[in-house]
Ligand binder design. Structure first.
Ligand code: ZN
Length: 180
């Protein structure tokens, strides 16, 4: 699918933690959702590119659907991916640690340890069954976005102490942004 036009009015507002909608479990997408999802996915991609970000899950824009978009190399040749009902079907025993951030926790970063390699099953926008396998940044991004579908944020992989520090810092940052 071609990258959508990045016009201002095609982007959607992104929810920030601790918005409760980020904590809900998203529902699977069915046949009846096809048209709605095909309309939503380009808007999510436009929102992600404009942010800018490399991944966005539907709950982050307030839609409780199992839908994620990503592009881990937007600076180079755009390679947008849209994953409907993604499911991890295999993961490596080996773990990898990478610094992660999140469009719903703007400006906050922390090292997160996850399985180094994952394999996913998903549907594309035409309803075709597909699989994707990745390591490195792609693996971390896929796992991070799928977490969003289950109400999980990257800070949930950290100690309670570290998580609370980040959430407090975010609340402070967001408050000072509102003021000035
Ligand atoms: Zn995120």
């Amino acid at each position: 699918m071609p990258a959508p036009a990045m016009t201002e009015n095609s982007t959607l507002p992104i929810l920030f933690a601790p918005d409760k909608r980020l904590r809900l479990t998203a529902r699977p997408i069915g046949d009846a959702d096809g048209d709605m999802v095909r309309a939503l996915a380009p808007k999510m991609l436009a929102t992600m590119y404009a942010a800018p970000g490399i991944g966005l899950a539907a709950p982050q824009i307030g839609e409780g659907l199992r839908l994620i978009v990503l592009d881990i190399q937007p600076e180079e040749k755009p390679e947008p991916l849209v994953l409907v009902n993604p499911e991890i079907i295999a993961e490596s025993a080996e773990a990898a640690t990478r610094e992660e951030g999140c469009l719903s926790l703007p400006g906050q970063y922390a090292d997160v340890t996850r399985p180094a390699r994952v394999k996913l099953r998903y549907l594309d926008l035409m309803g075709t069954k597909r699989e994707i396998e990745g390591d490195g940044l792609l693996s971390a991004c896929l796992q991070h976005e799928i977490d969003h579908l289950d109400g999980v944020l990257f800070v949930d992989h950290l100690s309670a102490l570290k998580r609370n520090m980040i959430l407090r810092k975010l609340a402070k940052d967001l408050k000072s942004q509102q003021r000035g």
